[in-house]
Design a protein around this ligand. Structure first.
Ligand code: SAH
Ligand code: SF4
Ligand code: F3S
Length: 474
């Protein structure tokens, strides 16, 4: 008999993409295979996010679309996991009784057992744990890319940003042992992987569990030294813990890429204080300066929230001021979203939605202007690009393959240049837009990609619909 099929839909950040790769690995271990393009899967897993309200809405929108499929095929298994499952626990199956399995963030290894149980029960089965049971990194994995891999260094967060729901869903920070991380990176390199992105909610707090304040910079240096790994990235650091040893490790390790995604959240000290973000605007700008001095070619990106409770026009102007001074190459901008259970949800001075929208538009315009100007400055220069997946229809005249420059800028290359995912090339930039570059001149291949012997089975139709903190690189 043909193997049963699965589909994993990912709605959250890179950590969710990372966990989805484990979910796919667990399912493959159970004999499932990824559903291909037009097949309807036997098991649909939705790996959810709860960071903003629209992430909540997305889940229920997706579940709504699955309801008729479940009516037509009662054997279809629907699984909801991830942060929103952890948050909504009991209510997911109340709101969507056609869901079969609800599983929290701390114990995704229970998925196979729960699926088996649900096959014998008409009611939804669920399982939650209060703390992390096992690092997902230790579970079987079906990675989405052969040449670029996510590597979790820590899970959870010890900070208490007043707007943020993540710590209540992911728990306190747990750090993996440096030897385990290195072993994973070496194994990845042996299997052909060229780029790794170190993941954590607050990567530079890494080491807090074993009391080594320089653990992250040491890790960057050791991971950067693994032979065969050409590009090392990380996300996200917190300005509070962005110490000079991290900047030195970045600048002195040739494989650590000159790119930094460091969330600002607000440029007003008053707002930062109420957000319980312990740095101040001047300190943030000082880090930006230090990074630029050490790595003049670095591209710096950020996350900004507008309309945090109590944000005045003056506070907002200060955010614009910091954005102008920092000259970000890009920013993910968010309207503040009330998250139940967080301290800021209780603040009485919530900002009116029309004021938030107005500030949001103004911020976006400033961010785009600066990003575009920076991209225009690259016209005519050579960029080194790690080729990713193709975008658009291959036969259309505008068909392109997309990749990432060393500084993580999105670069489009022509589809007819014979480039394959994982190839490393250089090309001349011919066109600049606010969010991407086009480099279609003088393309030179530095290295072709050859998948290693242990390259994995396709991971399945994982789609990332959430806004990741840093653009997904493959
Ligand atoms: N751990 C990461 C952030 C994870 S959440 C870090 O601290 O860098 C990703 C981004 O979502 C945050 O940087 C913040 O800008 C945004 N965010 C988090 N909670 C939010 C909320 N309640 N409303 C709007 N944006 C929020
Ligand atoms: Fe949330 Fe990031 Fe703050 Fe942790 S550091 S509480 S994950 S915003
Ligand atoms: Fe969870 Fe990531 Fe969203 S940690 S709440 S999936 S941003």
């Amino acid at each position: 008999m043909d193997r049963p099929t699965y589909e994993v839909q990912t709605l959250g950040c890179q950590m969710n993409v990372h966990d989805s790769e484990r979910i796919a690995g667990l399912l493959q271990g159970e004999g499932y295979r990824a559903a291909t393009g037009d097949e309807t899967a036997d098991v649909v897993v939705i790996n959810t996010c709860a960071v903003r309200e629209n992430a909540d809405n997305k889940l229920y929108g997706h579940l709504g679309m699955l309801a008729p499929r479940k009516r037509e095929n009662p054997d279809l298994r629907i699984v909801v996991t991830g942060c929103l499952a952890q948050k909504d626990r009991g209510s997911v199956s109340e709101r969507a009784p056609w869901v079969d399995v609800v599983l929290g963030t701390h114990n995704i290894d229970s998925l196979p057992a729960l699926l088996r149980r649900s096959a014998q029960q008409s009611q939804a089965v669920s399982e939650f744990a209060e703390t992390l049971q096992a690092f997902p990194s230790d579970l079987p994995v079906a990675r989405g890319s052969d040449f670029s891999a996510w590597v979790a260094i820590s899970v959870g967060c010890n900070n208490t940003c007043t707007f943020c729901i993540v710590p209540s869903l992911r728990g306190r920070e747990r750090d993996r042992e440096p030897e385990d991380i290195l072993a994973e990176v070496r194994a990845l390199s042996d299997s052909g992987v060229k780029e790794i992105t170190l993941l954590g909610q607050n990567v530079n707090a890494y080491g807090v569990e074993f009391g080594d304040r320089q653990a992250f910079s040491k890790l960057l240096r050791s991971v950067g030294g693994v032979s065969g790994i050409e590009r090392v990235r990380f996300t996200s650091p917190h300005p509070r813990d962005f110490t000079t040893d991290v900047i030195a490790a970045m600048a002195q390790t040739p494989t650590v890429m000159p790119s930094l995604h460091m969330p600002l959240q607000s440029g007003s000290d008053q707002v930062l204080r109420r957000m319980r973000r312990s740095y101040r605007a001047q300190r943030f700008l000082q880090i930006v300066d230090e990074v630029r001095t050490a790595m003049p070619e670095a591209a710096i990106t950020t996350d900004i929230i507008v309309g945090f409770p109590g944000e005045t026009e003056d506070d907002f102007e200060q955010t614009l001021e910091v954005v102008r001074s920092a000259r970000f190459s890009g920013a993910f901008t968010f309207k503040y979203s009330v998250r139940p259970g967080t301290p800021a949800a209780e603040y009485s001075d919530q900002v009116a939605p029309e004021v938030v929208s107005d500030r949001y538009e103004r911020l976006l315009a400033v961010v785009e202007d600066i990003a575009w100007e920076q991209n225009r400055a690259l016209l005519g220069s050579r960029v080194e690009v790690l080729v990713g997946r193709s975008s658009g229809r291959k036969d259309s005249p505008n068909a392109r393959v997309s990749g990432r420059a060393r500084d993580n800028r999105l670069v489009h290359l022509p589809a007819d240049a014979g480039l394959e995912p994982g190839d490393l090339v250089t090309a001349t930039v011919t066109h600049a837009a606010p969010h991407h570059l086009i480099a279609d001149d003088e393309i030179a291949v530095i290295r072709r990609f050859e998948a290693g012997a242990s390259s994995c089975e396709p991971q399945g139709s994982t789609v990332t619909l959430g806004l990741p903190s840093v653009p997904v690189t493959s």
